[in-house]
Design a protein around this ligand. Structure first.
Ligand code: NAD
Length: 353
């Protein structure tokens, strides 16, 4: 199926396919984690290259002391999609995920939902695919990446960078060594060379890509200016909320900053620490060849990644296309479907036991 095909045939049935966590895991294993990361990156890149078609709005966020709950909608005119996602950094202490999500695709022509899916796993996959798609376009040639913050996102980030950017060596740092040990264990059969470091300064040594994926609801300084050498690519994805950043603001002055959708990143990204006119380049411009990416070996490139609705749309589109013929996707009875569309009440009354 062409990557450009976004139309969804109206379903004759009122059932909506639902991809549960179990079915998502089965789908990932059928495809393979690394091929799926590559496939997702292809779909995301396709959609970034047709950026102008999409409805774009910063995500709608509901903040609390504990975290944030967000809705992320978009449409390409034929298909509409949204994701519900939360970010609660203290959740892991109580045995809960920091990030959980689900999402939906629907048909613009009828407004009928066409796919409902878990997106906790899918978000980790699409975030990693986006990071690697960006790094493929901007990073220097390197086989080494530092990963600071070794939680739920970190294996996905590592494998996507291995698959798309040729990373072979990982240098890990987390304030909780158990998280780094978990990451090392999970990647032990991948062929990647993994070193657990005692300090973030040690983790960045010799790395051409510096990934920060920490979770803390504060202006944190995961990377200080002296840790970022000439020519590196910074993949900063953990700061994705007002009041939550990872980079010392001086780093942003030394490099060129690349973002997904500027209005959202000015609210949520590293550049919230800067004035509203701080210069940035949107990644779709680089991928479409409209603006340059890396221009010299000594240039520092910074991906200020916060996660944008188009990436979720692409990910759901990918899942929808891969589901065909697999038998995966549970039929969900979520649409009332009276024989006479105007007789909703009659349908209700006929259901009385
Ligand atoms: P997680 O809670 O599973 O892991 C975070 C890790 O960071 C933990 O192991 C923690 O010990 C470590 N950490 C916290 N402070 C640190 C510090 N100062 N130095 C080193 N390590 C530190 O969270 P996760 O699901 O992996 O998500 C990580 C971050 O990425 C979150 O902030 C989340 O909101 C964000 N995120 C962004 C996107 C995006 O599209 N940009 C998508 C998903 C998640």
């Amino acid at each position: 199926m062409s990557l450009h095909t976004t139309k969804i045939a109206p379903s004759p049935m009122a059932f909506v396919p639902f991809v549960s966590v179990d079915h998502m895991m089965q789908l990932v294993h059928r495809i393979g984690v690394r091929p799926m990361l590559r496939g997702l990156a292809e779909y995301i890149e396709e959609d970034f290259k047709r950026w102008a078609l999409f409805d774009k709005v910063p995500r709608v966020a509901s903040h609390s002391q504990a975290g944030v709950i967000e809705l992320m909608p978009t449409s390409d005119g034929e298909v509409y999609g949204f994701k519900y996602v939360n970010g609660h950094p203290a959740n892991t202490k109580g045995g809960l995920q920091t990030v959980t999500a689900f999402g939906l695709l629907s048909n613009v022509a009828t407004g009928y939902p066409a796919l409902l899916s878990e997106m906790t796993l899918l978000t980790a996959l699409r975030t990693a695919a986006t990071s690697a798609m960006v790094a493929r376009a901007l990073a220097p040639e390197t086989d080494t990446m530092a990963v600071i913050g070794n939680g739920a996102q970190s294996e996905f980030q590592s494998l996507a960078m291995a698959e798309l950017c040729g990373i072979k060596k990982l240098r890990l740092y987390d304030i909780d060594r158990a998280a780094s040990e978990k990451l090392a264990r999970n990647l032990s059969e991948t062929g990647l060379e993994v070193t657990i470091c005692a300090a973030p300064e040690e983790a960045v040594e010799g790395a051409g890509i510096l990934t920060t994926c920490t979770a803390d609801k504060q202006y944190a300084t995961i990377l200080t200016d002296n840790m970022v050498g000439a020519g590196v690519h910074v993949n900063a994805i953990g700061g994705d909320c007002p009041g939550k950043t990872e980079l010392h603001p001086d780093i942003l002055e030394r490099g060129d900053v690349f973002v997904e959708y500027t209005p959202q990143t000015r609210i949520e990204g590293e550049i919230q620490q800067k004035a509203d006119d701080f210069p940035v380049t949107e990644m779709w411009e680089v991928l479409a060849g409209a603006r340059p990416g890396r221009t010299s070996a000594r240039q520092i490139t910074i991906f200020d990644g916060v996660g944008f609705a188009v990436e979720d749309f692409s990910a759901l589109r990918y899942v929808r296309d891969q589901l065909e013929g697999t038998g995966l996707g549970l039929p969900l009875d979520m649409l009332a479907d009276p024989d006479d569309p105007r007789d909703l009440f009659g349908m209700l009354m006929r259901a009385k036991a």
